[in-house]
Design a protein around this ligand. Structure first.
Ligand code: DGP
Length: 113
């Protein structure tokens, strides 16, 4: 989508610090990290949010969850990490391109909501 921030990052039109890329997945460091490791993992094909996952695009989501442990290992997250996706207004999703936050490198708060 031409007006999507993360589509522009995937296309290289906006710079990012890439940590992983394959045919369907792109991962990069969050611009405002909330933990020592804060990586965003996104499908290259635009999906607005988790609410838009369906039979036609779920293979890229499955691929994301294959890739997440590889990124976590590469980032040294041997003591655990958190994977989060914010979906819609009540979850305060700010970028309308499906993304999974990988957070780690410190003891994270127990309370998520
Ligand atoms: P969410 O609130 O779940 O929609 O998370 C969006 C995340 O995207 C937020 O943690 C900050 C990050 N972000 C926003 N703009 C940019 C950007 O231009 N570059 C990078 N690397 N991250 C961004």
């Amino acid at each position: 989508m031409s007006d999507c921030l993360f589509c522009k990052i995937i296309a290289g039109e906006i710079p990012s610090t890439k940590v992983y890329e394959d045919d369907t997945v792109y991962a990069f460091r969050d611009i405002a990290p909330m933990a020592p490791v804060h990586v965003l993992v996104v499908p290259k094909a635009h999906v607005a949010s988790a609410d838009g996952i369906n039979e036609s695009n779920s293979a890229s989501v499955a691929r994301i969850f294959e890739v997440i442990p590889k990124i976590a290992a590469a980032e040294g997250l041997t003591n655990g990490y958190r994977v989060i996706t914010n979906c819609g207004e009540d979850a305060c999703q700010s970028v309308k391109h499906l993304h999974f936050h990988i957070l780690g490198g410190k003891k994270l708060p127990e309370n998520m909501a």
